[in-house]
Write a protein that binds this ligand. Sequence first.
Ligand code: SF4
Length: 356
Amino acid sequence: MIPAPDAQLAADAASPPAVAGSAVATVSVPARGASGGVAPTRLTATSLSSLRRCARLFFYRYVLGLSRIRKATPLRMGSAIHKGHELRNCGASQDEAVAGATADYVVCPDWADPVEWAVERETVAALLVGHFWRYSQDNIAFWAIEKSFEIPLANPDTGAVSRRFVLAGKFDGLVQLADGRVAVMEYKNVGEDIAPGGEYWLRTRADGQINQYVLGARAVGHDVSTVLYDATRKPTIRLRQNETPEQFGERLLADISERPDHYYQRREVPRLEDDLTQFQAELWQQAQHLLEIRRRAERLADPACAYVRNVGRLTCGSCEFAAFCLNGIRVDRTCPPSGFEILADPHPELATEGGA
Ligand code: SF4
């Protein structure tokens, strides 16, 4: 069974201390501002993924900076769980980390169903408590937590550095493994089977985000060749009739204690030099593609038209911009669609940093 909080605290005391003196500074890019003071565009793993999925989606999200005011449930839960990990890795107790992660659930907003809201809070709490229990003896030392990086994008053939783009991202953590090696730590909340040998893990072998993190860690001076992927599976059990959200949380925790491997998997995803070389070539190609789109956009009355739509069930089915995109409604930055706002910084996730 999952230990009570007091027992968990005892386990904390036995865990190795964080390694000191580990600040990872954001790498400044020499080319920034060199061409007329225009800062290069930051390309993150998420923004590049959006570009590959649909150029119009990229336009809405990263050119206009359009974002939903109210986060969808998976994003909200993911942010809360992420916050819990960050607090815990910074030294908070289990109770403090769970309280911090669920702080936004204290008041149920007008638009939410109070029971569903409470179930979401209990789910976040149970998944965090289960995770802390599952990995209480993992013998990992955190060198850095939630650290941003920004590195030059180079032409793989000539080595010339792009003046228009930089690679950017943020590590969940930079850790020292039990055998002394250094790894990037990446937490994922997953809505599919995470059993070893499954398709989920097969995809991580070619995941560009992992390549980007390895390159980022190396650029800030850490000899990293592997990423420790920490996957938490979202529960599939649901609230029963006549069950309270608190009882649901207890049942979920009991289920976690009976089959922890169903909910949590952690695997190393190594990267070879060939993987990184190929990835850098792909990055350059994507940046060139984006440059072409930008040039065309400058010549059009409606720049959005240069960012070609990739209409399909898989792309549009879960797209938050579908309501106006598929109806051909032009978005005015000064008057965004209802429920949306224009972000001053399209990458707010890079702005805040954790501890070390
Ligand atoms: S609705 Fe479809 S075509 Fe439009 S931005 Fe979204 S994914 Fe692209």
